[in-house]
Design a protein around this ligand. Structure first.
Ligand code: SAM
Ligand code: SF4
Length: 337
């Protein structure tokens, strides 16, 4: 019997999770993610939908079992449902276990049912506040009501929902109890994320915005009974159960607790660069390989294997000296958060 091909990095971690940014564009301009007047990439730089399919299929063939589609805002990419339809074949064959996405929710009202039809069963919706005015201040261009309708449509379509909230000091830390109650009442999972030193810091200084999730958890425990669990969803979050709601809360703590040792994932940018680590500059240009070998997958597979062989042990983000160390100039919207 032949052994299925697998991607194993130099630290014996098996790579089974690929995050793919399908566009750098977005209909929001969140303050911690994008400048208001972002310059986007010329369209020709982006992978076409066919190239995205070819690349993702190559990864699935090499043992990737979980595909998370992100961006920018993945649902503003023209024709993106064609891509989801294409990936559905890997779910049907059993090669892919999960096809999912991270979205700002603005287009879910339009696409939720179709996503479900393509085999998507869970979505992560980024939502940092339950207050419409604050929502406007954080996202600049977002419309709160539209996102609420999107979330409702996703739930109605049968999609499990996880709300991702970036903890921003002085912005949404007074709402964390409301978030737990709101998600608990609706059966949504909730994950808090530490703000990371990505993009151009400029006027929005990440160190000012940084709120440690240890402090956030201590605050939650003044009101809720939290029990640690060993549950994992294949991502970097650590989970607790909330006794009062029965709900689940995740914490993604790249800064206060480094989670690299169990990293099973790599990221593909919308221009076909493979980043082996979110926090390191090294990348592999898979677009060049794709475009110079149309219709021939062997060089692509070789390039993917060579890239995985360079996956570093971990990132160097560190706020502990009250300065932002290990900062990355890349925007999250390019790499795919
Ligand atoms: N547009 C989609 C969305 O907002 O969900 C997908 C892309 S967005 C870049 C993915 C996630 O990255 C979002 O949850 C967002 O809050 C998070 N993000 C963006 N910039 C970040 C930063 N500097 N630190 C931590 N999380 C960040
Ligand atoms: Fe757009 Fe998501 Fe970045 Fe906000 S976090 S600007 S929604 S890509």
């Amino acid at each position: 019997m032949s052994v299925p091909p697998r991607l194993i990095d130099p630290f014996q971690r098996e790579i089974t999770y690929l995050r793919v940014s399908v566009t750098d564009r977005c209909d929001f301009r969140c303050v911690y993610c994008m400048a208001e007047h972002m310059e986007f990439l010329p369209k020709a730089e982006l992978l076409t939908l066919e190239e995205l399919d070819r690349l993702c299929s190559a990864f699935v063939g090499l043992g990737v079992q979980k595909l998370r589609i992100t961006g920018g805002e993945p649902l503003v990419r023209k024709g993106i449902m064609t891509f989801f339809r294409g990936m559905a074949r890997h779910l049907e064959s059993g090669a892919l276990r999960e096809l999912t996405l991270t979205t700002n929710g603005s287009q879910l009202e339009r696409f939720a049912a179709e996503l479900f039809d393509c085999g998507v069963r869970r979505v992560n919706v980024s939502l940092d506040t339950l207050d419409a005015a604050k929502f406007k201040a954080i996202t600049r261009w977002g419309r709160f009501e539209q996102v609420m309708r999107g979330i409702e449509a996703a739930a109605a379509a049968g999609l499990a929902i996880k709300i991702n909230a970036v903890a921003l000091r002085g912005v949404n830390c007074d709402e964390i109890h409301d978030f737990v109650a709101w998600c608990g009442a609706r059966g949504f999972d909730l994950t808090f994320i530490e703000v990371m030193p990505m993009g151009d810091l400029g006027e929005e200084d990440r160190l000012d915005q940084y709120y440690s999730l240890e402090a956030l958890r201590a605050d939650l425990e003044t009101r809720w009974t939290l029990t640690d669990t060993q549950e994992r969803t294949g991502g970097p979050a650590r989970y607790v159960r909330v006794a009062e709601t029965g709900g689940r809360i995740g914490f993604i703590t790249p800064l206060s607790h480094n989670f690299c040792e169990s990293c099973n994932r790599v990221r593909l940018t919308c221009t076909g660069q493979l980043y082996m680590c979110l926090g390191q500059e090294d990348d592999a240009d898979l677009r060049r390989v794709l475009r110079s070998h149309p219709g021939e997958d062997a060089p692509l597979i070789e390039a993917i294997r060579a890239a995985i062989a360079r996956k570093p042990k971990g990132h160097d983000f560190d706020y502990s000296r009250q300065e932002v160390a290990g900062q990355m100039s890349r925007h999250m919207s390019h790499t795919g958060g």
